[in-house]
Ligand binder design. Structure first.
Ligand code: TXA
Ligand code: MG
Length: 323
């Protein structure tokens, strides 16, 4: 039977209600500065299992654990000097560190897909921080969308995917960053960039030097969630468009090409603005394009520096299943 999904306001009463639901083992979607997360008590095996079930997420794809501060995280994973430097520079904020689990780490093994490492992050959103402080336990939280779909950057996006499947959404307004956290694996010999995201790679490399990238072709992916096809709208997505077909909607950046239906990420060509609007734009074009009988979405080229690297990464994955 579907649940009635409550909408909680981001005040003390809403935060206390969200914490009580989480403590009782329920799932609550929460705002972060990057995207909305589908949160559960990370130390509770049934709650963690419910996250995978609600999203339809494969069990081999591990979840990020969110903490109130770096001290709380350092009780569960082994911080290296580089990890300490990155946490000092970028936490709270859109950076996730993959570190070795400490013996006795109470986070449910299935939250980390049984891996010896755990992905940890301290979010910057004030509502998420207040909630974590009230809870007193870490929150396992993947993006609050159905597996493989577009990440949610407001409460309405969450409800479009998960209404009736989760106990509540804590409505903290639109996410300011709009792209998921940058994921850096510090558990091996060299720092490895697993996912570009809300902290530009250049800023991280200015702090710790050059990182290796992705995973070596021919080996298992270092980050099981980094599947080629992800973030996918229902309409096929075509990249680096220079003209737009009559039956296509346009995802524009800068001065827009002529098109029947356009969502402009940033008319002035501002990459931070484009990042914040990317997922809302994809969702809107997908729904409105289908309603008007269009057959696909064409995306204009995005420069590959700063937030552009993460935007291009998401667009590539969103188009991976398209013909
Ligand atoms: O900004 C964000 O990171 C958002 C908000 C809610 O915090 N969360 C998010 O979670 O994007 P999710 O589950 O959509 O993406 C987590 C990524 C996946 O690619 C997953 O494979 C990777 O982090 N990951 C998690 N634990 C890992 C681990 N132990 N080793 C390698 N990769 C890991
Ligand atoms: Mg996700």
């Amino acid at each position: 039977m579907p649940l009635l999904t409550r909408i909680l306001s981001p005040d003390d009463e809403g935060i206390v209600s969200a914490a009580a639901l989480l403590r009782a083992g329920h799932l609550v979607a929460i705002p972060t500065e990057t995207v909305y997360g589908l949160a559960a008590d990370a130390t509770s095996a049934p709650s963690v299992a419910a996250v995978f079930a609600a999203k339809g997420r494969p069990s081999f794809n591990p979840l990020i654990c969110h903490y109130a501060d770096a001290q709380a995280a350092s009780a569960h994973v082994a911080f290296s000097p580089l990890a300490g430097r990155l946490a000092g520079a970028f936490w709270p904020g859109p950076l996730t560190l993959v570190l070795p689990r400490l013996a006795g780490c109470p986070v449910d093994a299935r939250a980390g897909a049984g891996l010896p490492t755990l992905a940890v992050r301290v979010p910057a959103h004030p509502v998420a921080r207040d909630l974590l402080a009230v809870c007193g336990f870490p929150l396992a939280a993947p993006s609050a969308n159905l597996s493989g779909g577009v990440s949610p950057t407001n409460a309405a996006h969450v409800l479009a995917d998960l209404d009736g499947r989760i106990a509540a959404v804590l409505d903290g307004g639109p996410c300011t960053v709009g792209l998921e956290s940058t994921v850096v694996d510090l558990s091996g010999e060299r720092p490895l960039l697993l996912r570009p995201g809300g902290i530009p790679v250049e800023a991280i490399e200015a702090c710790i030097g050059r990182m290796a990238r992705g995973h070596t072709p021919g080996t298992a992916p270092a980050s099981p969630g980094l599947l080629a096809a992800h973030y996918a709208p229902a309409l096929p997505l075509r990249l680096d468009a220079e003209i737009v077909g009559k039956d296509e909607a346009l995802l524009a950046f800068g001065p827009a090409l002529p098109a029947a239906l356009t969502f402009n990420l940033s008319p002035s060509g501002d990459l931070a603005e484009a990042a914040a609007r990317l997922f809302a734009g994809l969702r809107w074009l997908d729904a409105e394009g289908a309603r008007r009988g269009l057959r696909g979405i064409a995306a204009m080229p995005i420069p590959n520096a700063g937030f552009g690297e993460a935007i291009s990464d998401r667009l590539r994955r969103a188009s991976a299943g398209s013909p």
